[in-house]
Design a protein around this ligand. Structure first.
Ligand code: HEM
Length: 406
């Protein structure tokens, strides 16, 4: 039934609107499978500005994400088709080489593997505190506000060097910043400005009282010669904090929901908790986290993708979500299989914009999910699945609340 729906939507008319549907819970666009088979580069109409090419095969998505003839910077020029009425953020994600390369090199010096590795025990402490500490909730409780958000928030704040106690200064603006259509442009602009104002204060605080954190290191590197302006530093601090906050808290809820609704898989994980790293990779592959599949780019010259000519100036949407279900790469891709071994998913992206925080996110998800199911053996949804409300008009897919009991 889903497939026939899928074929109709992609074969009728020249350029169907995309996303094709609002998908319930964590389902993907049913059209992807049909497109991957016969139309791997397909003309679609985006919510704002007009038409684009949707790319759905793993190999082609990787190609688009890593080929320098596709520009991120051009994707936010006025009038370019996209998923936002007007892109507001102008951060790292919208830079091209060489500006992007230089900034990533600077960030990599502050966001080191050593710093992440040393942080793992701290992640475990935060998880232990949330599950069994003095303020731990009694059942039933909302997993989102009692576990997912405080875990992601405390970890990213401590790692970046943002006092968690100040979260009322920036956290309320995050939902607006990751909105596609649930907030108006004026609200989003105001939210970004207020959050950036807070991070600008933090630059000054870091100079007065230096910390051994990501942001502290970034400010020092900048002052020692990298020469970023205070506004650029504030923008980066804010960008990294939000990138690590909303994504990880969404995934903690999504993963818990999937495990509770796939009892066979959960039983397998409980019987072999040391397989948590593979399980997390599979959950990352399976969740179509970005509501519209992946971020658009613009061809700066004519480029061939899967034998199809993309003309200079045309927009391409490489769908990481569609690539993660490509039957050429993943056996039985529609099945959640926590024992899957070969798992080159694109959930952390690919190429120059590969997620800076992937290792930190993995640490949080592995430690958080393992400890949650270990300490709460009777964990279950507190409401029928049909009563769970899912975010709408946002970049990220996740439940607005996840009522659980144990
Ligand atoms: C499950 C959690 C996470 C997921 C699924 C995720 C996913 C992604 C994706 C898909 C991108 C590319 C976005 C684009 O197309 O521009 C990205 C970029 C980024 N992520 Fe993550 N992320 C996660 C957690 C984190 C964490 C914990 C941090 C840092 C504390 C972080 C920091 C960043 C940054 C700074 C970028 C921008 C990289 C660039 O444009 O060069 N992310 N992430």
């Amino acid at each position: 039934m889903a497939m026939s729906l899928g074929r109709a939507a992609v074969s009728d008319g020249e350029a169907p609107r995309y996303p094709f549907h609002d998908c319930p819970a964590l389902e993907t666009q049913p059209e992807y499978e049909h497109l991957r088979r016969g139309r791997p580069v397909h003309r679609v109409t985006l919510p704002y500005g007009g038409e684009a090419w949707l790319v759905t095969r793993h190999e082609d998505v990787r190609f688009v994400l890593s080929d320098s003839r596709f520009s991120r910077a051009a994707s936010i020029r006025p009038g370019v088709p996209g998923f936002f009425e007007r892109p507001v953020a102008d951060g790292l994600g919208y830079l091209d080489p060489p500006e992007h390369t230089a900034l990533r090199a600077l960030l990599n010096r502050a966001f080191t593997a050593r710093r992440v590795q040393h942080f793992r025990p701290r992640v475990q402490q935060i998880v232990d505190d949330l599950l069994d500490g003095p303020g731990a909730p009694e059942p039933p409780a909302d997993l989102n506000t009692t576990f997912a958000q405080p875990l992601a928030g405390r970890v990213v704040c401590e790692f970046v060097g943002v006092p968690y106690a100040d979260r009322h200064r920036f956290e309320p603006f995050f939902k607006a910043v990751v909105s596609t259509s649930s907030f108006g442009v004026a609200e989003i602009v105001a939210a970004v400005e207020r959050a950036q104002g807070y991070f600008a204060e933090l630059v000054g605080r870091e100079r007065r009282t230096p910390t051994d954190t990501f942001f502290g290191e970034l400010v020092r590197q900048s002052d020692a010669g990298a020469g970023l302006t205070d506004a650029e530093l504030a923008n980066l601090g804010f960008g990294v904090t939000i990138a690590g906050y909303e994504t990880t808290s969404s995934q903690l809820c999504n993963f818990t929901y999937l495990l509770l609704t796939h009892p066979d898989q959960l039983a397998r994980l409980r019987a072999a908790p040391d397989t948590i790293a593979d399980a997390v990779e599979e959950l990352l592959r399976y969740v179509p986290l970005i509501s519209y599949g992946g971020n658009p780019v613009v061809a700066t010259e004519d480029v061939e993708v899967a034998g199809h000519l993309i003309r200079a100036g045309e927009v391409v949407v490489p769908s990481n979500n569609a690539a993660n279900r490509d039957e050429r790469v993943f056996v039985d891709p529609a099945r959640l299989d926590l024992t899957r071994q070969r798992n080159p998913h694109l959930t952390f992206n690919h190429g120059p914009h590969f997620c800076l925080g992937a290792q930190l996110a993995r640490a949080e998800l592995q430690i958080g999910i393992r400890s949650l199911f270990d300490r709460r053996p009777g964990l279950a949804l507190a409401v029928p699945t049909g009563q769970i409300v899912w975010q709408q008009g946002s970049v990220l897919r996740a439940p607005t609340a996840l009522p659980v009991t144990w």
